[in-house]
Design a protein. Structure first.
Length: 254
């Protein structure tokens, strides 16, 4: 599974680089743009990021809200703002572009990581919202997939069988996989592994639980299989991930 790309359209180099460092440490690919011209719209089309982070304080030939309106009209990429101000005038200007998130400077690591994760998760599931579904689409399709998603989330620590998921929808297995993939953007198997790895990352970073125990708790039959999946998705081994995160925390505490 490829990394999610975040395009940061910034006004302050140091702040933008700090955001880049925070997000890259969480496994995102980050592209910075500090030259604000109308070509930024073409850059968005070329890069095709999964999220655009816009500094509302940018100065150039195009404003932050103009970029937001462009993204709103395209309705293909979620976006969020960071801003020095959160007064009523600023919020009135921003809210008409219907962003997916907003943070006030200074940007804090925990808040940024949480918001980015929630935005990407919610956007990947937007087709499950019946209010956003074309009325011509059979309305029980999003409901059935949502039911499967809820089952996966409730049983994420178990070994989840794709055949059992298909039975929840009452569809044949190949039809279930095709519909799930078209709505979510990943196969059921990829979706399950990705979310298991998100939990694994949190446990590896925030606890001292042995990694082999984490693997077994998440339903992997052996550590070798877990390590292979973790490295494929997170681009590093579980051991290196823990070592890197612990080292960063130690440095931050100095």
């Amino acid at each position: 599974m490829s990394k999610n790309t975040v395009l940061v359209i910034g006004s302050e180099l140091q702040l933008s680089q700090n955001i880049q460092s925070i997000l890259e440490n969480e496994g995102y690919e980050v592209v910075l743009n500090m030259v604000i011209t109308t070509t930024i719209l073409q850059q968005i089309e070329t890069i095709k990021p999964q999220l655009v982070l816009i500094d509302n304080d940018i100065k150039g030939k195009i404003t932050a809200t103009e970029i937001g309106k462009y993204l709103l009209n395209a309705d293909l990429i979620p976006f969020m703002y960071i801003s020095t101000n959160a007064d009523n005038i600023t919020l009135e200007e921003i809210k008409v572009t219907r962003p997916y998130g907003f943070l006030v400077k200074p940007v804090r690591k925990t808040e940024l990581n949480a918001l980015v994760k929630i935005i990407l998760y919610n956007y990947s599931h937007k087709h499950l919202d019946l209010l956003k579904t074309d009325k011509k689409v059979i309305e029980d399709v999003p409901y059935r997939i949502r039911h499967v998603i809820n089952y996966i989330n409730d049983n994420i620590y178990e070994k989840i069988d794709i055949d059992e998921l298909a039975k929840l929808t009452k569809w044949k297995k190949h039809h279930f996989i095709r519909i799930f993939s078209s709505i979510i953007g990943n196969t059921p198997y990829q979706y399950i592994l990705f979310h298991k790895m998100e939990i694994a990352k949190a446990l590896i970073e925030e606890t001292d639980q042995p990694i082999n125990e984490i693997a077994f708790d998440l339903g992997f039959v052996n550590y070798s299989n877990f390590g292979h999946v973790f490295k494929k998705i997170c681009h590093t081994s579980p051991e290196n991930y823990r070592k890197t995160k612990k080292a960063k925390i130690a440095i931050e505490l100095l």
